[in-house]
Structure formats: structure tokens, C-alpha cells
Design a protein around this ligand. Structure first.
Ligand code: PMP
Length: 397
């Protein structure tokens, strides 16, 4: 027997399992609501015009594929930092923020986790209950004990805010608290601005280390609105980590473009943090890939392309919102007596629909695929399949 012969099969990824079952389904009208991707009204992943135009500009100036610096393309890091914190913010002006290019939002979280494990090894990590399914595994793989804090309240389909606040206040000093900056995945339930005030206050008072995960900037209320929480945290002066992703907002999933930003208390401290963060990158993958970073940097730094991006992102956001409205309206007609009004209050790509595991299983018999938890991707619905989805849900209620 070799070292490999006793290795067991790893547990299946529940969402990939849905995709496999969906792919095997021969019904031509099958619909996959289990995905984590934005589809347009034709059911396609969009290729944004701003991205195509930036790629055309890059092709006109062919460049050799040298290594990027360890921390990524300088123009990218600068543009992303200004997007995340604001060019005129104190943290940017005072050079207290550092930003490194990362392999998507996942890569940014992993860099942050590895960095924290080196410099705050005794901390425990707290993630929302529930959270993006990879948060726990990712922080555990970096060596942390991972706990949940109260978040979702199935009774109201909203946030159990009292529970969340109590949990924050009970965390030990130095605990790492992972917060979804906007468009909570998987529930779609976000905090109000007043609730964020209280969360920020609790995090600062309790001496916690906030790690803001922003994977959906622009999918909620707008680019500035969705980013406001990050800026408010940055303004408090506490140590702060921010992971952000362009997978959704640029529809650049497979290019793996994201970034990790860390806020320090001085420019000198920031320089030391950057030097250490570069070691984390160096020992993991040396330096990031070129193409996606160049595309995003080009779009963000070219006024016409940036304008176009903001319009294209707004169109995605508006379509999701309109789909929520149409979904609720149609359910009102097809399933009177069942209240889905809460779906309108939820934000971003996802909705905890309130459908039970049994109802999800019955939907699957009608070739409609959702996650067992009842999570549906609102962006997987469109003007062609919405009636089919609503009729199927009405049948299983
Ligand atoms: N954080 C959250 C909350 C997510 O939903 C996701 C997945 N979209 C990520 C991080 C990872 O983003 P990426 O696909 O860019 O790695």
C-alpha cells in the first residue's frame, strides 16, 4: 500500500452536486436556480462591453507576459484601493491602506486568513449563521477555529439583529469577525444603515478584527451605497481587512480578479504589513495573473469605460430587482395565501426563499433545481422562465 491508498473520498460540494444533477436532466425546460452566477435575461453569463473594449485596447498594444510584481499590477492595486476606500479618504491620503491583487475574492480571503494566522495566531474566527459555504472551510484550512454568530432569522426572513449584536458583544477581544459588506450570501438579508452603526460600534468597543467580504459591490443599491460600510469601518481607525471580487461586478468569473486591502494605523505600519503580505503571496503562488487585472485597471482608469461599466453594472442590478418584483407579484397571483413579500426586501443575487428541503426536492421532480436550504439565485430567473418557476413553486407549497 502506498501513502495514497488509505485516502478517503472527500465530501461532495453540495452546490456542484446540484449542477451535476441538473446537467444529467434531459428535460429541455430544466432550470438551475442553484447557481452563484449572474445570468442575463437570455439566460447567458454576460460579457460586458466595457471588458470587450478594454481587451481591444490591450490587443492594440501587445505586451510580453512578464511576471507581475508580487503584490500585482500597480495600476490595478491603486484603482481598486480608490474604488474600495475612496481616492480622497483619509486611509488612502495618509497611505495607511495597502492593496494587493488576489485570485478572486476567494484568493483575497485566503491571503487575509494566512496573514492573520501569522500575526494573530490565537484569534478565533466568527462567520455569520449561515454564510457563504466556503468561509468556514477556508479559515479552517488556514488553521483557525471557526464559530458562527447569529444572523438569519427564518421567522422574519430577515436578520436576527438582537442575536447578532449580542454575539458580537460576547466575542473575546482580538476575535476575527467576517462580515458581508453587502448582498449577504446566501440569505439576501442585509443590515440597515442604523444597524451597521451599532455593529461598527460593537466591533470597535469589543476590540474585534473586522474582515469585510465584498463580493457583490454594485449588486445591491449601487457602487457607492454598497461600499459605504467599508468606508465607515475604515474611518474608525481600527485594523481592518477587506476582500473584494470582480467576478460578479465585471462578470469576469474565470479570470480570477479580486484584491485584499488592509488598513494600518500609520504609513510606516502599512509598509511593514505590505512586506509581510508579499511573503504570503510569494509562498503561495509568487504573483498573480496579468490579464484580468489589466482589464479591470483599464476600465477603472479610462473615464468612458468606467462610465460604461457603471451603466452595465446598474443594468444587472436593475434586472435583479425587477425579477424580484415580478417573482413576488406572480406568486401573489398563483399562490394566494402565501406571503413572499420579503423577497423584495432581500438584496443582491440570492434569496433565502423559505422553501423547505422537502419542497426543494419536489421542485426537482419538475426539473427546477435549488439549494436544499431554499437558496435561489434570483439572477437565474428571466422573462422566459419565470412563469415556469412560479407555477412549479405554487405546486409544492
Ligand atoms: N465571498 C462571498 C460572500 C461569495 O459569495 C463569493 C463567491 N462569489 C466569494 C467570496 C468568492 O468570490 P470569487 O468567486 O471571486 O472567488
Amino acid at each position: 500500500p502506498s501513502v495514497f491508498s488509505a485516502i478517503e473520498m472527500a465530501p461532495r460540494d453540495p452546490i456542484l452536486g446540484i449542477t451535476e444533477a441538473f446537467n444529467a436532466d434531459t428535460n429541455p425546460n430544466k432550470i438551475n436556480l442553484g447557481v452563484g452566477v449572474y445570468y442575463d435575461d437570455n439566460g447567458k453569463v454576460p460579457l460586458l462591453s466595457c471588458v470587450q473594449k478594454a481587451e481591444n485596447m490591450l490587443i492594440e498594444q501587445p505586451a510580453p507576459r512578464t511576471y507581475l510584481p508580487i503584490e500585482g499590477l500597480a495600476a490595478y492595486d491603486k484603482a481598486v484601493q480608490e474604488l474600495v476606500f475612496g481616492a480622497d479618504s483619509a486611509v488612502v491620503q495618509e497611505k495607511r491602506a495597502i492593496t494587493v491583487q488576489a485570485l478572486g475574492g476567494t484568493g483575497a480571503l485566503k491571503l487575509g486568513a494566512d496573514f492573520l494566522k501569522r500575526f494573530s495566531p490565537a484569534s478565533e474566527v466568527y462567520i455569520s449563521d449561515p454564510s457563504w459555504e466556503n468561509h468556514r472551510a477556508l479559515f479552517e484550512s488556514a488553521g483557525f477555529k471557526v464559530n458562527n454568530y447569529a444572523y438569519y432569522d427564518p421567522a422574519t426572513h430577515g436578520v436576527n439583529f438582537a442575536g447578532m449584536l449580542a454575539a458580537l458583544k460576547a466575542m473575546p477581544r482580538g476575535a476575527i469577525v467576517v462580515l458581508h459588506a453587502c448582498c449577504h450570501n446566501p440569505t439576501g438579508a442585509d443590515l440597515t444603515s442604523q444597524q451597521w452603526d451599532q455593529v461598527i460600534d460593537a466591533v470597535v468597543t469589543a476590540g474585534l478584527i473586522p474582515f469585510l467580504d465584498m463580493a457583490y459591490q454594485g449588486f445591491g443599491a449601487g457602487i457607492a451605497e454598497d461600499g459605504a460600510v467599508v468606508r465607515r469601518f475604515a474611518a474608525t481607525g481600527v485594523p481592518l481587512l477587506v476582500s473584494n471580487s470582480f467576478s460578479k461586478s465585471f462578470s469576469l468569473y474565470g479570470e480570477r480578479v479580486g484584491a485584499l486591502s488592509v488598513v494600518a494605523s500609520s504609513a510606516d505600519e502599512a509598509a511593514r504589513l505590505l512586506s509581510q503580505l508579499k511573503r504570503v503571496v510569494r509562498t503561495n503562488y509568487s504573483n498573480p495573473p496579468v490579464h484580468g487585472g489589466k482589464v479591470v485597471a483599464t476600465v477603472l482608469a479610462t473615464p468612458e469605460l468606467r462610465q460604461l461599466w457603471e451603466e452595465e453594472l446598474a443594468a444587472m442590478r436593475v434586472r435583479i430587482k425587477a425579477t424580484r418584483d415580478a417573482f413576488v407579484q406572480k406568486l401573489k397571483e398563483k399562490a394566494p395565501g402565501h406571503d413572499f413579500e420579503f423577497v423584495r426586501q432581500q438584496v443582491g443575487m440570492f434569496s433565502y426563499s423559505g422553501l423547505t428541503k422537502e419542497q426543494v426536492a419536489k421542485l426537482r421532480e419538475q426539473s427546477i433545481y435549488a439549494v436544499d436550504t431554499g437558496r435561489i439565485c434570483v439572477a437565474a430567473m428571466n422573462s422566459k422562465n419565470l412563469d415556469i418557476v412560479v407555477d412549479a413553486i405554487a405546486k409544492v407549497l
